[in-house]
Every structure is written in structure tokens, then in C-alpha cells.
Design a protein. Structure first.
Lengths: 74, 169
């Protein structure tokens, strides 16, 4: 179970990233954030976000058009 | 480093954007990039000049025009409707296009410019309004949202010499 869950479904670029960044503020270092998104572009974007910020993209998956990302805070 | 350029050191995690356009469509690239860069840990400065200055007004009333947008097409009934330059001369077309675009923005979950601008302010994006543009078009700092700095070309160039990424939009 993630420390925090962010429902970004229905939101388009760049809102899932911006809201994830905000949500990470409430997650302790080493804790995890789960993000739900329906934006297909968020797959590439969360990978780039993780590489640039040093937060780890632990896993991501897709089911029925909903993308789930698990991010571990640096 | 030469004496003339001072001792400016480039911050590898920094970006500046010169914002020159104030229409609804052209307002998106600078605000999307600035907010995203800030979310990715970059220090961001936006310099608003000429028509870009209007993006700092307290009350935004952004419009989109088909004029000068030859590639503009609007999704319509499963297809795309071309919006040739010519139709912009018809009264009401500009307003209609703006309404269509705003409806699409809402329907597709795209943030409003007001929302992105608020997020930029929240993320400590540095906003600089061009003094010369204020003078030229007879505006004052009172017309702009709070937290905006006023500066000129030299102010921007100093920022640019310290920024790793410098964009002109």
C-alpha cells in the first residue's frame, strides 16, 4: 500500500506531473506515491520526471485505459 | 570567465523563457514548460514582453484567432474542420473559435491558463514584466498580478547568462 494515492484521471499534460510533484510533498523520504492517470503521455512523462528528479519509478502498469505509477520519494 | 560578463555561473538546473505572445493558444507552451520544469526541480524565470505581457494581467481574457494560423483545424463531428485565414474576417468567428477552443480545453482535462499561472506562482517561478512594454502600451504594475518583478533587457540577459536552458516563445 502506497503512503499516498493521487487520482489524476481525466487530467491532461502537464497536470498529472504537477499534481504528483505537489502530492510528493506529503510523502516522507523513502515513502511511496501511487498515481492514477488516463493520459497516455504520462507513461513517458513519469519516466522522465523520475530520471530528472531522482525519485524512483518503482513500477507502472496499465489496465482498462488507467495507468498506475508507483513512485518512491528520494 | 571574462571580466566583462561578470562572474555569472550557469546553474545546470535552470531555465528561462521569453514570453512574447498573448493569445489563448500561445499562452500554453510557456506556462506548461515553466510549471513542469519547476516541478522537475528547475529554477525557472519567465520574461514577459510585448503581447506576452497580457498573460500577467489580473483578469485574463485570452482569445484565439484563425488569422495567421493557417494550420489550425478544429475537431468536429469525428473529423477536422479547417479554419482558413479568410474566415477570420467574418464577424463573430474569432469569438466562436475561442469558445470552441475553451470547450475543448475543458472537455480534454487541459488546465486553464489561470490554473497554470497560479501553479507557476506557487512553484516560485520568477515572473518578470518588461518595463518598456508597460510604458509602450500604457500599463502599470497595478494591472499585473502580485509577485511580478519589473525589469528590462539587461535584467533578462543576466538571467539568461545564468540559465542552462533559454527559450523564446
Amino acid at each position: 500500500m502506497a503512503d499516498k494515492v493521487l487520482d489524476a484521471k481525466g487530467l491532461n499534460c502537464p497536470l498529472p506531473i504537477l499534481k504528483a510533484k505537489k502530492a510528493l510533498k506529503d510523502v516522507p523520504g523513502g515513502g511511496t506515491l501511487e498515481v492514477l492517470s488516463t493520459d497516455p503521455g504520462s507513461v513517458a512523462d513519469f519516466q522522465a520526471f523520475a530520471r530528472t528528479t531522482g525519485n524512483e519509478l518503482v513500477e507502472h502498469s496499465e489496465e482498462g485505459g488507467v495507468y498506475t505509477f508507483l513512485i518512491r520519494k528520494k | 570567465m571574462s571580466e566583462e560578463t561578470g562572474g555569472n555561473v550557469i546553474n545546470p538546473n535552470s531555465m528561462s523563457i521569453i514570453v512574447t505572445k498573448g493569445s489563448l493558444d500561445w499562452a500554453y507552451p510557456p506556462f506548461i514548460l515553466s510549471t513542469t520544469a519547476a516541478a522537475m526541480g528547475l529554477e525557472v524565470t519567465m520574461f514577459f514582453t510585448f503581447y506576452g505581457l497580457s498573460l500577467l494581467f489580473k483578469k485574463l481574457d485570452l482569445k484565439v484567432t484563425t488569422l495567421g494560423n493557417p494550420a489550425m483545424e478544429m475537431p468536429m463531428m469525428g473529423g477536422h474542420m479547417a479554419m482558413p485565414n479568410l474566415v477570420s474576417a467574418i464577424p463573430g468567428v474569432g469569438r466562436m473559435t475561442t469558445v470552441m477552443m475553451k470547450n475543448l480545453i475543458k472537455k480534454k482535462g487541459v488546465a486553464s491558463i489561470e490554473e497554470l499561472r497560479e501553479l507557476a506562482v506557487e512553484a516560485d517561478v520568477r515572473l518578470i514584466a518588461c518595463q518598456m512594454t508597460l510604458d509602450l502600451f500604457e500599463y502599470s504594475q497595478d494591472d499585473l498580478i502580485d509577485g511580478v518583478e519589473i525589469g528590462g533587457a539587461a535584467t533578462y540577459i543576466e538571467v539568461a547568462t545564468q540559465s542552462h536552458i533559454n527559450l523564446f516563445i
